[in-house]
Ligand binder design. Structure first.
Ligand code: ADP
Length: 270
């Protein structure tokens, strides 16, 4: 988009001069557009489960004679309301991350601890599909940040890796330190991501396969949350993927320094 938005003000200075003030408002127009899209997306995403809850409640009402039907509708009703709760939770988390321009509870955090918590949260899901979770790498790596937020970020990556991989495959979580940067890489042997979509997977509500992600209960916000959480820590996230072979998502964070004077200025979101 090559649209440039200028706000222009004209003032007359005496009879011979006019003053022309032009302000480049392209960026604020862009941000306003992003905000509007987000609100439109949220409405769209909420419409389906809210509609389903209404229909199921009606169906339940008229199915009261048949216990088997009642059970089925009640089960679906629970699923749809859980879905609504998940979407709401993710929207709140993402809005909070976007609004925050600094971390409030930053401390020195053990990366091993972060990964252990994230893996523990995903153990049941992995076992259910016979997927092996393997951690390896530098056990002493430390970063400066918000532990809970970092656990959420790694959790989302591991949960996706399990979600988009075949039963019986392997998910690896590796840590290494390269030139003062801690890299946490989550690798799967899953379906991979088409090249054209690689740039877009971090966008809010973007899914490679809309119907499938909704069906499996994904909110489409997981990677957007990871991206913002990592950016709030002064880091970034990259993805490598090959359809049919698998994907690797790599979070890169500044290594913690125990010397407070050289701590990175974190919280610069873009
Ligand atoms: P979702 O809730 O749909 O998983 P995410 O933001 O976590 O939302 O991911 C966005 C999309 O990126 C997913 O719908 C999926 O198409 C793709 N994706 C994410 N992680 C992986 C992965 N490990 N392997 C293949 N595709 C992935």
């Amino acid at each position: 988009e090559a649209n440039i938005h200028l706000s222009v003000r004209v003032a007359r200075l005496g009879s011979r001069y006019i003053l022309l003030l032009a302000e480049d408002r392209t960026e604020s127009f862009r941000l306003e557009q992003v905000r509007r899209d987000f609100v439109a997306n949220i409405s769209h995403e909420l419409k389906t489960p809210i509609g389903a809850v209404g229909l199921l409640a009606e169906a339940l009402d008229s199915a009261s004679e048949d216990p088997e039907q009642v059970r089925r509708f009640a089960h679906r009703l629970t699923e749809e309301s859980q879905r609504l709760a998940r979407i709401t939770q993710d929207i709140i988390e993402l809005s909070r991350l976007q609004a925050a321009d600094a971390l409030t509870d930053a401390e020195i955090v053990s990366v091993k601890q972060v990964i252990t918590s994230a893996v523990d949260q995903n153990r049941v899901a992995a076992e259910a599909r016979g997927i092996e979770l393997a951690m390896r790498g530098d056990k002493r790596a430390e970063v400066y940040g918000d532990e809970a937020l970092l656990v959420t970020a790694v959790h989302n990556l591991v949960s996706n890796a399990i979600q988009y991989s075949p039963a019986g495959s392997r998910v690896g979580i590796g840590v290494r330190i390269v030139d003062g940067v801690v890299e946490i890489a989550v690798t799967d042997q899953g379906e991979g991501i088409p090249e054209d979509d690689l740039d877009r997977v971090f966008e809010r509500f973007f899914r490679v396969d809309q119907a499938r992600s909704r069906h499996t209960g994904g909110t489409g916000l997981g990677l957007a949350i990871v991206k913002h959480a990592v950016q709030n820590h002064g880091g970034d996230i990259r993805v490598w993927s090959q359809p049919g072979r698998g994907s690797t998502f790599t979070i890169r964070l500044p290594e913690a320094s125990h010397d407070a004077a050289v701590r990175p200025a974190i919280g610069e979101t873009t």
